[in-house]
Design a protein around this ligand. Sequence first.
Ligand SMILES: CC(C)(COP(=O)(O)OP(=O)(O)OC[C@H]1O[C@@H](n2cnc3c(N)ncnc32)[C@H](O)[C@@H]1OP(=O)(O)O)[C@@H](O)C(=O)NCCC(=O)NCCS
Length: 150
Amino acid sequence: MALCNAVDRTFLSDRLPNPYTEADADWWLGMVAGNEGKEGVWRSILVDGQLVGSISVERKDDGGKAIGEIGYMILTSFWSQGIGTEAVRQICEIAFQELALEQIIGRVFPENVASARVLEKNGFRLEETMTGSVVKGGKAMDVRVYRLNF
Ligand SMILES: CC(C)(COP(=O)(O)OP(=O)(O)OC[C@H]1O[C@@H](n2cnc3c(N)ncnc32)[C@H](O)[C@@H]1OP(=O)(O)O)[C@@H](O)C(=O)NCCC(=O)NCCS
């Protein structure tokens, strides 16, 4: 709850409830417990034992291909220290291994330069821009799709 209520939402979709309540957290933790290692891998990002972010790769239904989608967020005061880059490196390794994925995609708003950099530094390649594929502020927005092959 502390993380999700403090995180900068400028480049996040409407999927993250706002405000983020105890019921939202209970639902999330139950979902993770039931699906970990099957439908996705979900991790906290810790720095010296302190929770500073969250990261996941969730399995996507994509025409029979084993594809996962990555998502992440880090508290603003911990940005630009390489934490996002390292977290993406680690979760991709875990996801390829535990979910037997062929590919991982990341969907990034065009203005989210830091997120695109984090993906590029981990070998993701820009593939396409999808029009109106993510809802933000009730509006369908364009996103850039980055892809990493196993
Ligand atoms: C995206 C996010 C996870 C990045 O985490 P981070 O720990 O700051 O990332 P890193 O420090 O590993 O790398 C950030 C890179 O972006 C660059 N960067 C950051 N802000 C930038 C900007 N405004 N313009 C250009 N480059 C920028 C940094 O210089 C760095 O690249 P470099 O190593 O080549 O110099 C973090 O900003 C965040 O949580 N944002 C809010 C949630 C979000 O957008 N999630 C992703 C949704 S797709």
